[in-house]
Design a binder for this molecule. Structure first.
Ligand code: SF4
Length: 155
């Protein structure tokens, strides 16, 4: 089986963002990987059972708890989305992931602090953390050059 690359679905144009939009990136390497059929797009928040659209959510700093701007605790949905993402990654033979920066699910290394004031903190989103802990190498879409080099080396 070909080794696959997991990708945040919003990065390839799927309208799964909290506001119903996407974060489509129109770059050659993503088009090439898509044509090769090695991308596994998924949205952890949708896999966790959340709707599109949905309220904005943030991880409470220093915890794995997630709240919506409306005050609802959505920690269980985020945890479920992370587990489902890992299950799909394993089923598909994923060895690296490209995840949307600063998302409470997908963000790598930097997310917001849970106060909905755009205050960044050094932490990763719930799904990103689980994938990394499970041995999957994660890059953000801001690290595509590094991701491509890793893919050429390991793919
Ligand atoms: Fe995109 Fe990830 Fe947010 Fe889903 S959870 S919309 S894939 S950044």
């Amino acid at each position: 089986m070909d080794k696959k690359i997991l990708i945040s679905a919003c990065l390839i144009g799927e309208n799964v963002k909290y506001d119903g939009g996407n974060n489509a990136l129109h770059v050659k390497i993503l088009e090439a990987w898509k044509e090769q059929g090695i991308l596994v797009p998924l949205c952890p928040e949708v896999l966790g059972g959340l709707n599109v659209p949905r309220p904005a959510c943030e991880v409470i700093e220093g915890t794995d708890s997630v709240i919506c701007k409306t005050g609802e605790d959505v920690s269980a949905a985020f945890a479920k989305g992370a587990r489902e993402s890992l299950r799909m990654a394993r089923e598909e033979g994923v060895y690296m992931a490209i995840l949307k920066a600063r998302s409470p699910s997908c963000g790598k290394d930097v997310i917001y602090d849970g106060t909905f004031t755009h205050m960044p903190v050094n932490d990763s989103g719930i799904t990103c953390k689980l994938l990394q802990e499970s041995g999957i190498t994660v890059f953000s879409e801001e690290e595509l050059v590094l991701a491509e080099a890793f893919w050429r080396q390991k793919g």
